[in-house]
Write a protein that binds this ligand. Sequence first.
Ligand SMILES: *Cc1c(COP(=O)(O)O)cnc(C)c1O
Length: 359
Amino acid sequence: MDPRIDLRSDTVTRPSAAMRRAMAEAEVGDDVIDIDPTTELLQHRVAEFLGKEAAIFMPSGSMTNQIAIRVHCTPGDEFLCEADCHVYNYEQAAFAQLSGLVARTIQGVHGRLKREQFAGMVRPAGDHLVRTRLVCLENTHNRGGGTVQPYEEVEAICKWARSNNLATHLDGARLWNAAVASGISERQWSQHFDTISVCFSKGLGAPVGSVLAGPADFIKRCRRARKLFGGGMRQCGIIAAAALYALDHNRERLVEDHAHAQLLGGAVRQAPGLTLDPGEVETNIVVFKVHPNLGTAAEFVAALEREGVRGMVFGPQTIRMVTHLDVDRDAIQAACDAIERVAGRLADQAEKADQNVAV
Ligand SMILES: *Cc1c(COP(=O)(O)O)cnc(C)c1O
């Protein structure tokens, strides 16, 4: 067994024996020539689950997001998004590189946006101006610290978008977590958006894959774009089977990940020199700051790693930890102990260094 407790991301989960069995037994076809039956099943299931007409399976969440954006817009268009969102920060500006689009960002608070921030954000028609075409939101918000968007604001923003002839897309890579944490179903969140992207390779524990859901004619155009982006897959029933398994077995258990994240958050609160940021843990992501007296985030992560716990450097003084189905209660307890131990040791060292200077 790997002795390390890997909290870098919820993408590190490995398929269970039962999931691997489902994959091995999957019926497959050729999804590029015509159809793959297991992929077809997944697409139907997800479309129904999210309350949309159709859905399409792709290799990654970056692809589902970028293809949605591309098909919603035409070259030279602009879309509105939160300044720290994944689409803007972590996808190499594919919207610019591959689709000739620009983004206009709006700064949220821990990723949360309010309807009033969109006032005046649609440019008037005119030969000089870029055309505003789309609003993208993210829920839960990764960089924001796994925060759930305020439901009423999402509703109001999407309503505002529609009344301004803007399309709406939701990056719901962790929509599952938002649903479990808020008690508002994935379908309820989705009803406000034209298109929704969901990931199976995060908390749901599948090895790969994302699905984009939306109107049937839109999804048909996405299928063509997917081929252009190199995302056409042949016997993809093998991985669609893992996504189906994940949907059936790993969704409701996300409450455990959230409870584990609360424990980690508690340990961070206890530890000297560490500050939760945001101050409350809402889902499976825990983001905290390391006081410079203790060193940098990279140094703290390295010290934790020597104790068998892995986290991710999220900024010069910022660390992210994500709970998931491969980390059980005992491992979380061990991680909490390691956090308090490392912070305590570094704080002691800082204090001693301080006393030496004073002498
Ligand atoms: C992980 C993630 C994605 C998609 O990432 P891929 O690695 O391309 O699957 C998109 N949005 C958010 C918020 C994510 O966390």
